[in-house]
Design a protein around this ligand. Structure first.
Ligand SMILES: [Zn+2]
Length: 64
């Protein structure tokens, strides 16, 4: 399984290995580049890439 933040579903989704997302055109190989932890600010917390994407998505919604 691989995970990504889906901008269509607006949530973190799990997808089967070797399959692209049903909702958007996210692919496992593209998401696989984003390994490790990312520093979320102003939350001041390390997050995995899908959660980091989700956090910034809602953060930018709140600011607009
Ligand atoms: Zn998706």
């Amino acid at each position: 399984m691989w995970r990504h933040f889906c901008t269509v579903e607006k949530t973190v989704l799990s997808n089967k290995e070797g399959q692209s997302c049903n909702w958007c055109d996210a692919e496992e190989k593209t998401e696989a580049c984003y390994q490790g932890l990312y520093w979320a600010y102003p939350l001041r917390k390390y997050m995995r890439w899908p959660e980091y994407m989700e956090y910034h998505y809602w953060e930018s919604k709140n600011n607009s």
